[in-house]
Ligand binder design. Structure first.
Ligand SMILES: Nc1ncnc2c1ncn2[C@@H]1O[C@H](COP(=O)(O)OP(=O)(O)OP(=O)(O)O)[C@@H](O)[C@H]1O
Length: 296
């Protein structure tokens, strides 16, 4: 469980805080998506969890313990982090990239090999074919899979993800999202996902936290958010892709490129309306990587 308590943070100017008294609790096994406009504080909030940002005020508790109760570099070995920019070490093989945290954790060579093999099977890049390859010989989607494997290598219970699906073409993106959701559930991970893409948040999250100018303005299940925006900024946000989906509901061709079904496991239906969302992602160019901070 992650508890963010009254988090306030500013970088340079106390008069312009990036986060204003944000409190949020993410239950064990839950997936919470952070959404909001550019500069609303999503990445800053995510980084307070693994102490890449130390908030000026407030505290972060992980499984009941203040996240400052252990050195930051040790804390980060217990929290998977998949970041926006490519951070796979280019001169390291896939094996070495995935093995990074287990080695930092001091695992034996046999145990590291076993763990890497297991993860590479999970991401469908069998070790015998891919372990000795270098990142630049992989496709974007394959690199992204390696990024996930790397983030999960130390068996963290918490996963932080910052725009992990943004750079991929729609088909690969949908496939990876579905795979990720399966992994999140089967491993019982507690996940915080930053995304620009509201449809992605609606599709994946148990709850969605909406940030606006550093404030948490709405925390709701996808269904609640869509049916009761309760804030003008949330309404504006929903006037984008979701309204689009409503307009297109009923005649959208489900086989059309970019069309994805809203999963039946959403907590409720969208006011009994749409079963199809036309994906309108404006996500930025990105690929998945492990936090390079770990290797320092
Ligand atoms: N390292 C930094 N130094 C100074 N200001 C920063 C730094 N990082 C972020 N900020 C500022 O803090 C605010 C919140 O930024 P943050 O990156 O958390 O927002 P975001 O919602 O993740 O944005 P985006 O969606 O564009 O990535 C912005 O005003 C940003 O300019």
């Amino acid at each position: 469980m992650i508890e963010l308590r009254n988090i306030t943070h500013w970088y340079d100017d106390p008069a312009r805080p990036a986060l204003r008294n944000v409190s949020l609790r993410v239950a064990a096994g839950e997936l919470v998506a952070l959404v909001g406009g550019s500069g609303s504080g999503k990445t800053t909030l995510l980084k307070t969890i693994n102490r890449l940002v130390e908030p000026r005020q407030g505290e972060v508790r992980i499984n009941g313990r203040d996240n400052r109760s252990m050195p930051a570099h040790l804390l980060r070995r217990t929290i998977g982090h998949v970041v926006q920019t490519s951070g796979l070490f280019p001169h390291w093989t896939v094996f070495d990239n995935v093995a990074a945290v287990p080695r930092l954790l001091g695992w034996s060579a046999d145990r590291v090999r076993q763990r890497v093999n297991e993860l590479m099977t999970m991401i469908r890049l069998p070790a015998q074919d891919y372990a000795q390859r270098f990142p630049d010989s992989l496709s974007g989607g394959q690199r992204q899979r390696v990024g996930f494997a790397r983030a999960l290598a130390g068996s963290p219970s918490i996963l932080l993800m910052d725009e992990p699906f943004g750079a991929l073409d729609p088909e690969i993106r949908d496939e990876l999202r579905a795979e990720f959701l399966q992994v999140h559930r089967s491993l019982g991970l507690t996940t915080v996902l930053v995304t620009h893409d509201l449809v992605e948040a609606l599709e994946l999250a148990d709850r969605i936290a909406v940030l606006d100018q550093g404030e948490l303005i709405r925390l709701a299940t996808p269904r609640e958010l869509v049916s009761r925006p309760s804030h003008p900024a949330v309404e504006r946000m929903l006037n984008g892709p979701v309204r689009h989906a409503r307009l297109l509901a009923g005649w959208a061709d489900p086989s059309a490129q970019g069309a994805i079904p809203i999963p039946s496991n959403l907590p409720g239906d969208l006011d009994g309306e749409s079963t199809q969302v036309i994906l309108k992602s404006d996500a930025v160019s990105s690929c998945v990587a492990f936090s390079t901070d770990e290797a320092k």
